[in-house]
Design a protein around this ligand. Sequence first.
Ligand SMILES: Cc1ncc(COP(=O)(O)O)c(C=O)c1O
Length: 683
Amino acid sequence: MEVLRGFSEPNMATSTRIQNVAPRPGFSALHRLRKRRKGQRVKDPLDDLLLKTLTSQRAMEERFLQMEERRFQRDLDVEERRMQLEQRRFELEREHEFRMFNVFAQMLSILKQSHSGSSSSVAMPRGLDFSQALSEITGMGGGGGGDLQEMRARPLSERRVDMHGFCSPSDFQRSPYLSARGNIASIFRGSTEEGYKAYHADKYDEDKNPNGIINFGTSENKLCFDLMSKRLTQTDMNLMEPPLLQYPDWTGHMFLREEVARFLTYYCKAPAPLKAENVIVLNGCGSLFSALATVLCDPGEAVLIATPFYGGITQSVFLYGNVKLVYAYLDSKITGTSTRPFQLTVEKLEKALQNARAEGVTVRALILLNPQNPLGDIYSLSELRDYLEFAKRHELHVIVDEIYMLSVFDDSATFHSVLGMDRLPDPQRTHVMWGITKDFAVSGIRFGTLYTENQDVANAVASLCYFHGVCGPVQHKVAQLLRDRDWINQVYLRANRARLKAAHTYVTDELKTLGVPFLNRNAGFFVWIDFRKYLKTGTFEEEMLLWKRFLDNKVLLSCGKAFECSEPGWFRIIFADKTHRLQLGMQRIRKVLEEREQEILAEEKEQPCQSEQDGKADSTDEVIFVSRHQEPTSASSSNLGDLIGLLQQQMRSSDWLQKNTAEQFAQEKPEIYDVFSKLVGKQ
Ligand SMILES: Cc1ncc(COP(=O)(O)O)c(C=O)c1O
């Protein structure tokens, strides 16, 4: 072989060069010998032998040359074939790029059309009508105010969404520096973060800024900084090995994914060990919503969610993925199959899905928040099963957000993770998220995790993880934290639950004293409060005014519109805060409410019949509501508190006090007066 290769070396370039090969020494000797024999005609046996040798050598050489030529021809064919394949691959790549370009161009034109509000390319006279653009792009559900029935009757595409109602998008000027999408992103930030920005500019500080804003609006746990900072600064947390300082697997280091799998297996009570390869970690559940929406839906498609819901989801699913939300409206009335206010039922999900489909909207997934933010509801196993079965029937993915799963602070309440279910109706379409932000009181550490058995979904999300990675040293810390089961169970969770419960009790007792109805739940950091009686008219504009009034009085709350609540007048208070801030915040709230009450009374005196005509919400029903749906297991002392709140509320919101003076009552029914006055603490 070596000989052959050496022999063919000079002829590698082309087969034609073979013809130009210089005659070899053996070849010319044969030629000379033939000439000599022609001249001498003497038969010499040695000559004969030489002639035969040279002839056969020549035949061999010719044979070699033929073989060589054939080999070159073969090589040439292979080379030509390779070039053709290369060319074809190149063409396919171009075609693919062209197709992708078309898809992007279509996406852009859809986005542009949505902005301009028409399919024509006529320029808008005053820049973009953002309000309209938003209603068309994101406008699947919430009403900008007014009557809910009327709003629901309108087609989804006509409904307007004022991005949490904080600011009207039309207040925004279109920036010439931004794309249409950039302008919308800018509106999101402007509208959702007005209060947040105000808070950061004027934060309350006991010593340095006692007149600053108290933040009851952001869902953070501020009760456990002491425990967390102590644990996170222990020596086992400080590791700086080379792998932590290098690019990681984008889905997270294996040591962390294994730890997450063990952690979730334990706390979600999974029937079998969860697998590390089904775990992805990234920088928070907000990013996870964004990634999941992008990989499960195409632009313009939708995800079903019950309102009220944590409003950040709107932004998460829309900003990158251009995915819309379709709302299943829950409200405070107990009707049909629901047994508690704002109860999620399959009936409501079905209705919302059918409405969306009737309008040509493709719904790909259902989002479930459990425990629910802002309601604090925890779903029972049978409820969970019903929702998952509903999703399976309609081939919807289910994104289950369990970010508050360890923040259940009353033993009477039991949280069920879908990962703990014996059998998932549709495991390939069930995706569960959790993070440390809430349950470990560290919203500054961006960490969220996805558990999905669907490897296609996992792979697609993994691609996006490149943009949402968690840095190596933090991955190490989180793994150490999740591994420390003793500390979590014996120290952290015990203290956290006790503190959450105490803070919740403080705020709800205050509300009872104020006679304000609320949902009494045992999970999360929030109380869902009914301030409807403080609205002069039952509109979102009034709700907005009340929200601003609180902010002017240096207390930041979240109003119902921020959660796309269908009834104006509901607010969310975050109670997971230190006592001195809770006290001051509640004091400021009380002041606003008392002022409002006086104003409303004064106006009603001036126009006695007006309030009914205005459609002002009568919260009397809901006081009974809230009281009635109290957990039967709750302590009798809290029922007594509710009763007092209920009585106070009913007295204030009716003309009972005018009609029934205390003296008159005491004379008529002295025994009842005695009990009653003890109850309301007026003796
Ligand atoms: C229900 C719910 N899911 C997700 C998030 C966002 O979580 P993260 O801080 O991990 O982005 C929040 C934050 O308030 C939330 O309330």
